[in-house]
Design a protein around this ligand. Sequence first.
Ligand SMILES: NC(=O)c1ccc[n+]([C@@H]2O[C@H](COP(=O)([O-])OP(=O)(O)OC[C@H]3O[C@@H](n4cnc5c(N)ncnc54)[C@H](O)[C@@H]3O)[C@@H](O)[C@H]2O)c1
Length: 260
Amino acid sequence: MLLKRKIALVTGGASGVGRATCHMMAGEGAGVIVADLDEGGAAKTANAIGEAAFPITLDVSDERMWVQACAHIVEALGRLDIVANIAGIGRGGSIEDTDMDDWNAMIAVNLTGTMLGCKHGLKTIVTSGGRGAIVNMSSIGGLVGPSDIAGYCASKGGVTTLTKSVAMHCAEKGYPVRCLSIHPTYVDTEMLDPVADAGGISRTDLTAGMAKLVPMGRVAAADDVANAVVFAASDRAAMMSGSALLVDGAQLAGPPSAHF
Ligand SMILES: NC(=O)c1ccc[n+]([C@@H]2O[C@H](COP(=O)([O-])OP(=O)(O)OC[C@H]3O[C@@H](n4cnc5c(N)ncnc54)[C@H](O)[C@@H]3O)[C@@H](O)[C@H]2O)c1
């Protein structure tokens, strides 16, 4: 029970990595607030978990909704210990064909949404007497820059350094809050459906192709990433803050071998 009696807010809880994290955190003893723009999806995740979870509708890019959500959590549960900023969107495009609507949407959800989760999550944890961590979902694209996802990399690179600034602030203030970022390779979730559709192939064929780019020979499962989030949020990671945790099957460990 890594998160016994902790209260955790998880964004993006309706799908993929967020949903897997909600289930895993509840299994580790946490009370979980399942937050998502997708109201029905959040309710479905919370219902599947049972008494340990309740859903809220939250657009992470909307500051007023964060204020309301945090007030509601403290009123209902008395405290907040953990925020997992997992909600995110992905749109393709190299720097030459980056569409402004796609750029603005990714910055709003991936970067502004995470910033607001850090800002209001931290304030709520500290003022409610909580102790824990803020875990931000970045990507390998927040550390390196594949050519075909320029805007996504920019938004996730922002998450990487924002995390370090939040970690430094918490440490300097003596707050009982750590802040870490998680950097997965390709994860087999609903996020890959439009990528497969755009390529005119099935998700199975898409992930098979992606797996060839990962030295360990497979893409990540949502649970692989949720495991890292739960660890980062738990007291087992007590001396880790500002860290960037790779969940990448060694993809960024080095260039492919030249010895055949
Ligand atoms: N799937 C991958 O290959 C992959 C790889 C690296 C990083 N990531 C990151 O992991 C995170 C989770 O991705 P996933 O694969 O589970 O995707 P997903 O599409 O399965 O889930 C994303 C969730 O975020 C929610 N969401 C989108 N916009 C929102 C908003 N404005 N407010 C609140 N919720 C919103 C969606 O409704 C959805 O439930 C994202 O931050 C993503 O960038 C994914």
